[in-house]
Design a protein around this ligand. Structure first.
Ligand SMILES: *Cc1c(COP(=O)(O)O)cnc(C)c1O
Length: 455
């Protein structure tokens, strides 16, 4: 890479001088970055607030009877799309041993990998936005009031009505799955523009549900751009904008209140003396950003949110660090955006999310692909839980915080050291349940071979 190259008026050398962590980032080494702009009092005054999240939650409740009817796997939960939290003590022991350190506090996992309908965190934002749009159309055309039983949506007349409209989205895979499956069920014409990273089985599955899948040889940003173009030329086409959508964001944010209830049920305290650390895999930012935003509304300074990105796609970190947000991409710094973690293979971050989380996020760290596979195999062995590679990015969070200078300084700055023992870590497991068994086995084998290589 040419360090004389200019990015936003500065040479890369100058950027590195101003932000030394960039040096390791361009060499795709793992880094830990603590956010110097953390200030929760600023973030709550953002244009979105509690009432928006509450509104999103109520909308999902209105649709619950419909979802329970058309997706039988949601019936046991009365049409609520939610995942459990589970303690992962054996995995915690494994991490302590492998990385040779103590992880004080309890380690839990949020199993969004097992969310019904789409098997990933995208079942929150993606499904929410499709429902929001469907409700909006039905209300505007006098087919519905918000007091009706939404089982109405499961009718020929509704499906006929929605077949006049289309939905477009650009995706690396999981967002396409969630939006494709939900839109097709409602009756929309839906097109998913897939980046080159998207896995074949995800495209096959969508096609089998009647979704149009268009494939591109380039990355996520191109797929999104094409989706946007399709919608611009067609007034009946609604584009779900992963880079800017407030609806997606709010759909993700609803997770926080439901998590709070689960924490209560499991007698997990979150307050001044009992810190909560949450580790969220980050692609363009909407999923982890929405969840973090919701959590900060509820727990303010008592929750500490960290994003995790692949060493080859650290777009959110680059955007936050430089303050350039969507005006910078990893390729500008000679980083190739090539990662096996397809859900995180994003080179340019969302500006909307970056601006929203810039003062509420505690930090970001990066993780190597090989490590994702090692953790994938280990989680399968220790807890019998299978995740896709992207979803393991959060697992290194407690290790990074307890084992790095930056982490130690962070604990010190916020007086956390003496409270760690009574604290809780939650690793957000963002996907994996829909991965076909033979592909999961390949992932597992790759984890094994990396582990053996390193012995
Ligand atoms: C999409 C995705 C993420 C990240 O969500 P963004 O909104 O892109 O930041 C994390 N993990 C998995 C498995 C995903 O599919």
């Amino acid at each position: 890479m040419n360090k004389e190259q200019y990015v936003a008026g500065k040479s890369i050398d100058q950027w590195i001088e101003d932000f030394p962590v960039i040096d390791d980032m361009v060499s795709t080494k793992e880094v830990v970055w603590i956010n110097p702009n953390y200030d929760v009092s600023k973030s709550v005054s953002n244009s979105l607030g509690k009432h928006d999240v509450f509104d999103a939650e109520k909308r999902l409740n209105r649709f619950a009877p419909y979802l329970a009817k058309v997706f039988p796997e949601t019936k046991a939960m009365n049409g609520m799309i939610e995942s459990p939290i589970v303690p992962i003590r054996t995995m915690q022991g494994y991490l302590e041993k492998r990385y040779n350190r103590e992880i004080p506090g309890e380690l839990w996992m949020k199993c969004d990998s097992h969310l019904p309908i789409a098997g990933s965190i995208k079942a929150r934002g993606g499904i929410y936005e499709v429902l929001q749009h469907a409700e909006d159309l039905a209300l505007r055309h006098g087919k519905l009031t918000i007091h009706d039983n939404y089982e109405l949506f499961d009718s020929e007349s509704f499906r006929d009505f929605f077949s006049q409209y289309s939905i477009a989205v650009g995706s690396t895979g999981n967002l396409g799955l969630s939006i494709g499956i939900m839109s097709a069920k409602i009756g929309f014409n839906v097109t998913v523009h897939m980046s080159a990273d998207a896995k074949q089985w995800k495209k096959d599955l969508l096609r089998s549900r009647g979704v149009n899948v268009i494939e591109y040889a380039s990355d996520y940003s191109k797929a999104v751009e094409e989706g946007r173009k399709q919608a611009e030329n067609d007034p009946n086409c609604y584009f779900i904008d992963d880079e800017n959508s407030k609806h997606l964001f709010l759909g993700y944010a609803v997770a926080a209140k439901r998590l709070q209830k689960q924490l209560d049920e499991n007698k997990i305290i979150v307050d001044q003396e009992h810190p909560l650390f949450v580790y969220l895999p980050c692609g363009v930012g909407g999923g982890p950003g929405g969840v973090a935003f919701g959590l900060k509304l509820l727990f303010q300074d008592h929750v500490h949110c960290f994003f995790a990105e692949p060493t080859h796609s650290p777009c959110m970190l680059l955007g936050l660090l430089t303050g350039l947000h969507d005006q910078v991409c990893v390729q500008d710094f000679g980083i190739d955006n090539k990662t096996e973690a397809d859900g995180l293979a994003v080179g340019r971050p969302s500006r909307f999310v970056g601006k929203t989380v810039e003062s509420l996020l505690s930090g970001v760290y990066t993780i190597e692909d090989d490590e994702l596979y090692v953790l994938l195999q280990a989680l399968s062995d220790t807890e019998k839980i299978n995740l896709e590679p992207s979803a393991l990015a959060g697992m290194l969070g407690p290790v990074k915080l307890t084992g790095s200078e930056q982490g130690k300084q962070f604990f010190e700055t916020y007086g956390l050291e003496p409270k760690l023992k009574q604290g809780t870590h939650i690793v957000w497991a963002t996907g994996g349940n829909m991965v076909p068994a033979e592909i999961m086995d390949e992932y597992y084998q790759r984890g094994l071979s990396v582990t053996q290589k390193n012995i």
